[in-house]
Write a protein that binds this ligand. Structure first.
Ligand code: BGC
Ligand code: CA
Length: 434
């Protein structure tokens, strides 16, 4: 936007110079630029800023190598107004692990359902190539003592089934609680990917648990999931009726409500802060103001975030929200997951912040977290920030299903992108670079 302003000024100067000197060539080209800008209905910028220079926010799926986790810095620095918005995956993963251990400690007398001295758990993995999913698997294994170190840190691969404790991806852990020493075993884990290729798939998770519970029955003392979508599917199909605590991640409203019925707990990744940041960065870039306006410093409406809910990492150009554990102790404060975060819920003035149009996609319209929590929040913030957002829902399987609907980037002032696969940033940036 600074660039735009400079260009506009340069054009204005060229125009006034041309008016003096009678240089008709530069006069007509400047005039054309001006009328084009004036005729664009939603924005003075449409048509004047190259797509490659428009604000671009990656969110929820950080451009990275799905095998090594290495960040895709080319995508993250696509232009001066490119950022990523997500949450601190390691801090959240540690919290999730701790939440499970705390639960075991508080229920040491009843947790071992078949009394064999082994606390058995099963784990639903979202996407073996997604940084956040990997972090959660590692966090749970570290906390429970089942983690083993591999070449690239703690192994996050699924075990398949492991009733005998022989798998090499994990080891048996030991936990001392309530004066007893338990062995902890990862009885089973699997990436929940359906046959069409969609990851984090809730119905695959419920099928898997049906299979696992029919062969391992009362060996299963705890069910853990990389997210609430899969967690709730497993809770509803089996754990609830069998009184087996089930832990997820995301603090979706249905999962929080289920804590009253025995769901063990979940983690809020502060989607209310992330959804705000996603659109706020766009707003600031388009307004040409300091990028931290309404974030680190209060804006003209009083919106501001404190550093206990997010931080910015300059090296990765990433804003990360912080996570909070949601358990039986505090779940009543988290019942509605779609309320804007109060400190950033003030309406911006439309004169100072005129309407702009944003193209935004969600990799899978059926993803519980993104569709039930994140998008409703975005829809509230887009009003507060005077942004007209086109929401594009993908099928979770192919990037093309989404990129096909980015046929006319000229019509938008900015882009917010959620990829099917974190390796695929160039499928989008190539369309913006044309
Ligand atoms: C969420 C998952 C979601 C995934 C999609 C994660 O941050 O926790 O629920 O399915 O993002 O990318
Ligand atoms: Ca047992």
């Amino acid at each position: 936007m600074k660039k735009t302003l400079a260009l506009t000024l340069a054009a204005a100067m060229a125009l006034s110079l041309a008016a003096c000197s009678g240089d008709t060539a530069s006069e007509s080209s400047s005039a054309a630029g001006t009328s084009e800008a004036a005729s664009a209905s939603t924005s003075a910028e449409t048509g004047t800023v190259a797509n490659k220079d428009k604000p671009l926010v990656w969110y929820n799926r950080q451009p990275s190598n799905s095998t090594t986790g290495e960040l895709d810095m080319e995508a993250l620095t696509f232009n001066d107004n490119t950022y990523y918005v997500g949450f601190d995956a390691n801090q959240g993963a540690e919290l999730q692990g701790k939440m499970v251990v705390d639960y075991i400690a508080a229920h040491a007398d009843t947790i071992d359902r078949n009394g064999d001295g082994i606390i058995g758990y099963v784990l639903a993995i979202g996407d073996i190539g997604h940084n956040d999913s990997i972090a959660r698997t590692r966090g749970v294994r570290s906390a429970l003592g089942t983690a083993v170190e591999g070449e690239n840190g703690i192994v996050s691969d699924p075990v398949g089934t492991n009733l005998e404790g022989k798998a090499t991806q994990v080891q048996d852990g030991t936990l001392e609680v309530g004066g007893k020493t338990f062995t902890v075993r990862e009885l089973a884990s699997q990436e929940m990917k359906n046959s069409a290729g969609a990851t984090w798939d809730a119905s695959t998770a419920s099928t898997a648990l049906t299979t696992w519970s029919s062969s391992m029955g009362d060996n299963i003392d705890i069910v853990i999931s990389n997210n609430d979508g899969m967690g709730m599917a497993m809770f509803n199909i089996w754990s609830k009726a069998n009184g087996v605590p089930t832990f997820g991640y995301d603090a979706n409203a249905d999962a929080v409500a289920a804590i009253a019925e025995g769901y063990g707990g979940t983690i809020s990744q502060h989607a209310d802060v992330q959804a705000y940041l996603t659109l706020r960065l766009v707003r600031n870039a388009l307004d040409g103001v300091d990028i931290n306006t309404g974030i680190a410093t209060a804006d003209d409406a009083g919106n501001v975030l404190s550093d206990d809910v997010y931080y910015y990492d300059e090296a990765s150009r990433s804003y990360y929200a912080l996570n909070v554990a949601v358990t039986a102790d505090n779940y009543k404060d988290f019942m509605d997951s779609t309320v804007p975060y109060a400190p950033v819920s003030n309406q911006l003035d439309t004169t100072a912040h005129p309407e702009k149009t944003v193209w935004l996609d969600i990799y899978n319209a059926a993803d519980n977290f993104l569709s039930a929590t994140y998008q409703p929040l975005l829809e509230k913030y887009d009003d507060l920030l005077n942004l007209k957002v086109d929401y594009i829902g993908g099928d979770g399987q192919t990037e093309g299903n989404i990129t096909n609907r980015l046929g006319n980037p000229d019509a938008y002032d900015a882009f917010a992108i959620n990829m099917v696969k974190t390796d695929n940033a160039s499928s989008y940036t190539s369309l913006l670079s044309q």
